[in-house]
Design a protein. Structure first.
Length: 96
């Protein structure tokens, strides 16, 4: 199974290298106030893909942190209810 993963990664790498070689023409990005930036098309696509992925991760951080806090509160509530129902018994640390 591990070999299959390496083969898939090698094929993907070769496809991406082929894509970069086929799209090596220079493109010019024009900004406001006459600013320009020239770079190979593959590099521009890679940079914008990476920036989009990073922006998506940052956008989800708030949701993930809120869910972690809620899970923590629910676990604490469950531990309190368990200790109230069985005062002599301590909550199982594996469940927390």
């Amino acid at each position: 199974m591990r070999l299959l993963g390496w083969v898939a990664k090698a094929v993907l790498f070769l496809l991406l290298v082929g894509f970069a070689l086929k799209n090596s023409e220079m493109v010019t990005l024009r900004y406001f106030l006459g600013q320009e930036w020239s770079a190979p098309l593959a590099l521009v696509l890679l940079l914008f893909f990476g920036a989009g992925a990073a922006l998506g991760v940052v956008a989800l951080l708030g949701l993930v942190n809120r869910q972690r806090r809620e899970i923590s509160q629910l676990r604490q509530g469950a531990a309190e209810r368990t200790s109230e129902a069985h005062p002599s018994r301590q909550p199982d640390p594996e469940l927390l």
